[in-house]
Design a protein around this ligand. Structure first.
Ligand SMILES: Cc1cc2nc3c(=O)[nH]c(=O)nc-3n(C[C@H](O)[C@H](O)[C@H](O)COP(=O)(O)O)c2cc1C
Length: 545
């Protein structure tokens, strides 16, 4: 596929009340990294969502538990407590700061749960279907690992208003957290899907039997959520013909045609359709066209986000053809935090590691690099709004002051600032070329440090006193405003352990003018309080440091 800015995937689209600048949506992805106990979104999740936010781009959160009674996945975040609202608020703010939009996916897992996830209570679904828990396939994430689903009971009709109320309250909490909207999760074999499909719904009351009855709960839930948000900030996700989680229906076309037609009455922001060529998170029919999207496009009157098994080229075809207004990517977004940019610029995509989809740590979650970090390339970021403000980096002052004349020049300056720091450190600490290093440090350089004498000479003299094979290794590096922060390791420093350094540099006119640092002995595995290494992914032993 060519890297062309003219592709429809990168044209704006109105989705209900929000205007997207591009149509590469992040699909809801359960990643099990909320803080426990409490299902609270914490700093790790914040970093993950912030990494994936793009200007004018839509992210649908991972499925989010609306109430303990709907809890069925250990590590999934919730929207049933104040602490969860506060945690989400920070994530919403981070996504907004990058110009992105965030919808919360509201989730009740229905029969797909385990007593350990529900304070000992039995899971409940539309009808008792023992083959569900007896089948080898479904497994539930619990505090003590993956387990077979507990035997479920049938939901009493008198309980249904309470379930709808749980959705309504969660929708209110999502509003309090500052989300841009909510998505009702009615796919993948969870509560609302279980009511829709007749393989799981054998009821004989007003919520079972004919299609009109099986669709009733979804429509009532949608109505309740719309009462909080207005239709133009609500999406609904369905999986026509979906078979994940033991789903089946005797007449899926008739069922989902009816659902799509009925949803028309709410003026929704979008209908989110998962193609049946995927089963949960696996493609089961290679090469199949987006058949569900094509079909429902003729019935649903609003915007359609299509998901399931898309690649950049097939996504472009789907929006060009007009079947979908936007395309949601799941697995590619896991391993490519900058996916919209990669697709826009025609850059290669990184592979995902299925083994870390549902683990509980940063590895396999926030450590997939952006293309820039991975390749060391300096690429204009077409989506990051801050970078379009001249003077955001001091080295990128306005054109009138001799600064860059285009947004991409400004972006290059940001990367330039980072490169400047890395080159300066390499020249001084590794190459020990003091004459060459002088051009990086201002003669008026200010050093704020407990262990380094003032001025440029103070720093240079310290390095001169270190063993000649001193080695500096940079780790994470970030730039904001006129500051660059770099995290690194000094080894061969003449001591039994390496030092870990956190340096903050202020840059002016292309040189380092001010510097704050923290330097401390690197923790060994035995001495690390958190059990985590301070640098990289592994510990160095004191002897080899
Ligand atoms: C790790 C993982 C977690 C997922 N969690 C959710 C979820 O919370 N809610 C949901 O509706 N779909 C979920 N899905 C399904 C994705 O949203 C998407 O429909 C599916 O991955 C197919 O899209 P893809 O081919 O682009 O990956 C998940 C998929 C994966 C891989």
């Amino acid at each position: 596929m060519t890297a062309s800015a003219d592709r429809k995937l990168f044209s704006p689209v109105q989705i209900g009340a929000i205007t997207l600048q591009h149509r590469v949506v992040m699909s809801p992805l359960t990643r099990s990294r909320s803080e426990q106990p409490g299902d609270v979104p914490g700093p790790l999740m914040l970093e993950y969502y912030s990494q994936r936010a793009s200007e004018g781009g839509l992210i649908v959160t991972e499925a989010t538990t609306i109430a303990i009674a709907g809890r069925g996945w250990y590590g999934a975040p919730g929207l049933y407590s104040d602490a969860q609202v506060a945690g989400w608020r920070k994530i919403v703010d981070a996504v907004h700061a990058k110009g992105g939009f965030l919808f919360s996916q509201l989730w009740h897992t229905g029969r797909s749960s385990h007593v350990d996830m529900r304070d000992g209570a039995q899971p409940a679904g539309p009808s008792v279907v023992p083959s569900y828990w007896l089948n080898a396939e479904p497994v539930i994430s619990t505090p003590t690992g993956w387990k077979k689903p507990s035997p479920h009971r049938a939901i009493e009709i008198a309980e249904i208003p309470g379930i709808i109320e749980d959705y309504r309250k969660a929708a209110e909490r999502a509003k309090a957290a500052g989300f841009d909207g909510v998505e009702v999760h009615s796919a993948n074999g969870y509560l609302l899907d279980e009511f829709l499909q007749d393989g799981s719904n054998h009821r004989t009351d007003a919520y079972g039997g004919v299609i009109e009855n099986r669709a009733r709960l979804l429509l009532e839930v949608t109505e309740a959520v719309v009462s909080v948000w207005g239709g133009d900030r609500v999406g609904v996700r369905i999986g026509p013909g979906g078979t994940w989680n033991q789903m089946s229906d005797s007449s899926p076309d008739a069922l989902f045609d009816y659902v799509a037609a009925q949803l028309n009455r709410f003026g929704l922001a979008y209908l989110h359709i998962v193609e049946p060529r995927v089963k949960g998170n696996v493609v089961i029919v290679e090469g199949q066209d987006p058949i569900a999207t094509e079909r429902l496009r003729k019935i649903f009157k609003g915007k359609i986000i299509s998901a399931g098994g898309y690649e950049p080229d097939t996504a472009e075809t789907a929006v060009e053809k007009g079947d979908a207004d936007a395309v949601a990517f799941g697995r590619h977004f896991i391993s490519n935090p900058d996916l919209p940019k990669r697709i826009k610029l025609g850059l290669p995509l990184s592979d995902y590691d299925r083994k870390t989809f549902y683990t509980f740590e940063a590895r396999g979650y926030t450590d997939y690099p952006s293309y820039d970090r991975q390749s060391g390339a300096v690429l204009a970021d077409p989506f990051c709004p801050q970078l379009h403000k001249p003077a955001f980096y001091l080295d990128c002052r306005p054109e009138a002051d001799g600064g860059p004349s285009s947004a991409s020049d400004v972006v290059r300056c940001a990367a330039k600032n980072k490169a400047l720091v890395l080159e300066a450190f390499d020249t001084l600490f590794n190459k020990r070329d003091y004459a060459a290093a002088e051009r990086f440090w201002s003669p008026h350089y200010i050093q704020h440090s407990a262990h380094i004498a003032p001025g440029r000479d103070g720093l240079f003299n310290l390095v001169k006193s270190a063993p000649p094979n001193l080695k500096y290794e940079p780790g994470a590096i970030v730039a904001e405003n006129d500051f660059v922060m770099v995290h690194g390791r000094f080894s061969n420093n003449g001591r039994p352990v390496s030092w870990i350094a956190a340096d903050i540099l202020r840059i002016k006119d292309g040189v380092l003018v001010e510097h704050w640092d923290v330097l401390q002995d690197e923790a060994t595995h035995e001495s690390s309080k958190s059990g985590l290494p301070m640098f990289g992914e592994t510990f160095v032993s004191a002897a080899s440091a």
